[in-house]
Design a protein around this ligand. Structure first.
Ligand code: ADP
Ligand code: MG
Length: 217
C-alpha cells in the first residue's frame, strides 16, 4: 500500500530524517514510537504528503507521490489520505455531521452520498445521537471520534495519526485504539500512528522504533 525509501529531510543545518525506509501493507496498523525530537512527526507529515522530502521516494500503490506537482499532490491528498491529530481541529461553528462531511464536499463528491457515508461512519463510531451536536458540546473522546470519522470520509488509502490519544484519558485512549482495530477488520483500513502510549503501540500490528532520524527496527 505504502512504500517509502531513503527518505531524507533537513531544516536548515538540522538533518531530521537520515534515510528512512518504511513499508506498510493494506489493513495493517503500524505504530511509530521514539523519543521526542526523533523525527516522527516530520516523517508522518512527509508520508502524508503534507511536506516534501529532500530525497528518497514515496509510493502509494503504484503512484509515486513525492514528485507530484503541488496541485496534483493536493488532489491526491484530499482523496486518498486521512489525518487525525492530537488536537482534533474540528470546526466549532459546524455540527459533528458537517465536520465529517466537509472533506467529502471539498473532494467534489455528491452531497447526499457524502452525508450517507458520514451518518454510517458516525454510527459505526457510536455517535448516531450526536450528529447535530457542535464540537464544544462533545466530550474529548467524542470529539476525537468525530475527527476519526472525518479522516475516513473519503475512504483514504491510509490514515495517518499523530499522537491521536495524546489529549485523552486512558479509557478514551483505549477506546480509540479499539476503534482503529475495528476499522482495520471491518473496512481493511490502513493506519500509521505516532504514539507515546506503550499500551496502544502494543495493540498495533507492528511497531517501528525511531531514533535520531533513523528507523531502528
Ligand atoms: P518528534 O515528532 O519525533 O518529536 P519532530 O519530527 O517533530 O520530532 O522533530 C524532529 C526535529 O526537527 C526537532 O528537532 C524539531 O525541532 C525539528 N523540526 C521539526 N519541524 C521543523 C520545522 N518546520 N523547522 C525547523 N525544525 C523543525
Ligand atoms: Mg511529534
Amino acid at each position: 500500500m505504502l512504500r517509502a525509501r531513503s527518505i531524507t529531510k533537513s531544516f536548515g543545518n538540522l538533518t531530521v530524517l537520515k534515510g528512512v525506509d518504511l513499508e506498510v501493507k493494506t489493513a495493517e496498523i503500524v505504530s511509530i514510537v521514539g523519543s521526542s525530537g526523533a523525527g516522527k512527526s516530520t516523517l508522518l507529515h512527509i508520508l502524508g504528503t503534507l511536506d516534501r522530502p529532500d530525497g528518497g521516494e514515496i509510493f502509494f500503490g503504484t503512484t509515486r507521490v513525492d514528485r507530484l506537482r503541488t496541485k496534483a499532490l493536493a488532489h491526491f491528498r484530499n482523496r486518498h489520505i486521512g489525518f487525525v491529530f492530537q488536537f482534533h481541529h474540528l470546526l466549532p461553528e459546524f455540527s459533528a455531521l458537517e465536520n465529517v462531511c466537509i472533506p467529502g464536499w471539498l473532494a467534489g463528491k455528491r452531497k447526499k452520498e457524502v452525508e450517507g457515508r458520514a451518518l454510517e461512519l458516525l454510527g459505526t463510531l457510536g455517535l448516531s445521537d450526536r450528529t447535530d451536536s457542535k464540537p464544544h458540546t462533545l466530550s474529548g473522546g467524542e470529539q476525537q471520534r468525530v475527527a476519526v470519522a472525518r479522516a475516513l470520509i473519503n475512504q483514504p488509502a491510509v490514515v495517518f495519526a499523530d499522537e491521536p490519544t495524546g489529549n485523552l484519558d486512558s479509557v478514551h485512549a483505549r477506546e480509540l485504539h479499539a476503534l482503529f482495530l475495528q476499522l482495520r477488520d471491518q473496512f481493511r483500513q490502513t493506519f500509521v500512528i505516532v504514539t507515546h502510549n506503550e499500551e496502544l503501540a502494543q495493540m498495533s500490528d507492528r511497531i517501528v522504533h525511531m531514533k535520531d532520524g533513523v528507523v531502528l527496527s
